[in-house]
Design a protein around this ligand. Sequence first.
Ligand code: FHN
Length: 483
Amino acid sequence: MKTTAIKKVSFYFILFSFVFLTSCTFNTKENDNQNKTATKTLKYGSQYSGKRGDKEMQKFRANRFGQFIHWGLYSIPAGEWKGKIYSGAAEWLPKMTNISRSEWDSLIYKFNPVKFNAKEWAAMAKKMGVKYVTITTKHHEGFCLWKSDYTDFDIETAPYKGDLIKEFVDAYTAEGLDVYFYYSILDWHHPDWRYDIKSKNDSIAFERYYQFAKNQLLELQRKFPEVKGFWFDGTWDQSWKKNGRYSYEIEMALKKANPGVIVNSRLRADDLGSRHFDSNGELMGDYQSGYERFLPEKKDTSVVKMDWEACMTIPVNQWGYHKDWTLSHVKSPNEIIEMLVKTVSLGGNFLLNFGPKSDGTFRDEEKVIAHEIGNWMDKNGYVIYNGDYAGLKNQDWGYYIKNTFNNSVYGVIVNKPIANQMRVELPKNKKLEGAVLEGKQLPIHFHDRLGYFVVLPEENFISPVVIKLEIADKKSKHNPEHI
Ligand code: FHN
């Protein structure tokens, strides 16, 4: 009798523990799929763990700085409809107004960027110091900037007589810049697009849409073999999340056609609808692309384990051309440079957005910003390309960047300390042998408790300043730190 009672208690204890542990695991995973607390069998989850090591991905990583281009019909109204200016993102104008689909679509007959000069664009990008570009081949409105065999809602129907994406790819490639294609899965124009799947008919229509998108993507890859990767967007709706298979199959199809092709995490949803990271916490796609208009915190070193890219607007939230930039804060070149530096210091890529006008030219503000950043990159770009996380303790003056090509470590000063001293704390087995600013050694003071203090020049810095830190292994037995 007693034994049976003990057995019963043990059984319920084990059962309770199991249920408790399982529910904890489930909750943790629900809150944060990046925590690998359980393994679920997934057909459409991540394909591999860790960072891709092939040469294409190494190049993507080494590039670090890219230009994003949002260009489409939305550049024509440029945030204004029937005399009213809308402060939201210009490319979302059809959703902010009561413009009918056909009225919006008829903008195609006005898309004639006669001043578009792909070579000038590519030269401006090159001068700004970017190493790659990502252009919207199709944004949410559905208009295709290339000549697509699968729709008439493309550049061939517009009055523009050139082969826009071809001119673009040729010009950027000639400048040695890698080209990536943005493609919106969400499509406001296509009749088979669905926000959710609520019926058999929705499923049938959405399957047709999936085939259309897949055909277009393979077409882009076939027509533009130079393209290095695809940047997917518009994948947040239930219809897509309920069809993880589609996102998996698209990635596989692109990789079958070109094994080195690079795909962002935004494309993907797994069997359970988890996006970017699968339900086991593994990244899907080749790099994390969730940082949009914000960056990870300086102390958030979780990102250094993966490849990632942040995309950034110059105003607060304008991607396509908006005629009025006075409606929100516009970032200064120094703000943007600091963001670029911060991103690289955490092992990420930085994609800076430009929204050309409908005539094919860039607004003056963007030209000035490109020019100023270019001046800085001209002098300091060596710290950005091949830059990575240095693994040193954060300091208030700015960011450390390690160059993976020559193993040098740099400090980039964005907040010059009022005492003109740059504190450097190193691991116990390392010492600071030199600190070089523009070829000149700076004095260094050592404090046995606080580390090193590099003495900075008195004058004000007008933009972020790079200091090369000569760090060596400590071999001496008579180490002043050993007290
Ligand atoms: O809705 C779009 C937006 O217009 C823009 O393209 C950005 C770029 O990352 N993506 C979407 C919002 O996440």
